[in-house]
Design a protein around this ligand. Sequence first.
Ligand code: AMP
Ligand code: MG
Length: 400
Amino acid sequence: MTELISVAEAEALVAQHMPRFGSERVALERAAGRLLRQAVHAEHDHPPFDRVMMDGIAVRWHDPLPREFQLAGTQLAGMAAQSLDSGGACLEVTTGAVLPGGCDCVIPVEQTRREGARYLLLDGCRPARGQFVHARGADCPAGSLLLEAGMRIGAPEMALLAANGVVEVEVAAVPSVAIVSTGDELVAVDAPLGQGQIRRSNDVAILAALRLHGFDRIVRHHVADDGPATRALLADLLAAHDVLILSGGVSVGQRDYVPESLDALGVRRVFHRIAQKPGKPMWFGAGPRGQVVFALPGNPVSALVCTIRYARPALLASMGMAAGQPEQVRLDGPVDASELLTCFVPAHVHSDAQGSMIAHAVPSRTSGDFSALPRTHGVVQLPPGQATAAAGDVVAFYRW
Ligand code: AMP
Ligand code: MG
């Protein structure tokens, strides 16, 4: 039996052995949800011209401002700039139009009345110089850094990419992942349940934990507690995938074949067993081609905790996601912890009136009990060294 290593050591060892996944160029419309692997700078000033912000009239401001203006033409959005040479005249403008030359004030149409070829200002309308003009470059000048490598491309990032003429985007390539559940007692979701059998659920839970973060190259397999069958399947999967995530068969049961099968296939054990609960039996290794194997304990809470605490963050970091600190939350009451082990406890979180995140722990009775997890948002990480974490303690929080 190997020594237990700490959560921090396990995290660091995983990081050391992760391959760096490549990048690829995709068409803009396929970039949503992907991880950006390039910087994006402003193609031009934003806005690129002094932009009219209201439908109305554009005039040249002076003091005192006349109360009526002669209509000299119309400047619609999309037209090249016209100009106004007389202070007593105006141009009709629409939102998004270039501010006509010689104008520095836009008066909304609702504050005017048109009479033939004249616009009169309504009583109470007191225009200010520069009003409703969005000055060229006011949002950002040409060349400003808008997006950095490592950001997730969501709706706002898509808008910026499009606005700056990025037709092809450099994004992280998505690694190919195989998920394998092991166990003689496990049957498929649609199979009848016999004596001593349960449905397998870890594979779909792990799949979801990854897919919701953009991993869409995932296959799933199941293998019985059988040495040769385990070896044969893992050999095939190691040849075809970058990452293997196994569940079950890593403890010391007489039919736990995963560590010895991986060993026989040249996957070097980096560690086995972490000083944590749940998830203590986790095994991690590196294959001959740089593949990585996360072999997680089979208990559903353990498998999911290890996926979100180790496998998913490591994969995202290897894809170039900007490293962020884990969320910090404050416990709203005491929670059982351990002198020796880091404890991961399911919790739901909310923010208080000051905007700090508060966690309410919902301890699972066992690492096999996942019935209460759907009402939680993730797990708090309680460091070892204390039998009880106190109300008010600030701890790391990992989302499902
Ligand atoms: P193991 O790590 O193989 O000893 O499994 C620990 C416990 O988790 C056993 O009670 C298994 O039946 C259960 N288990 C293992 N794999 C799964 C799975 N894919 N879905 C649901 N339960 C599982
Ligand atoms: Mg098993």
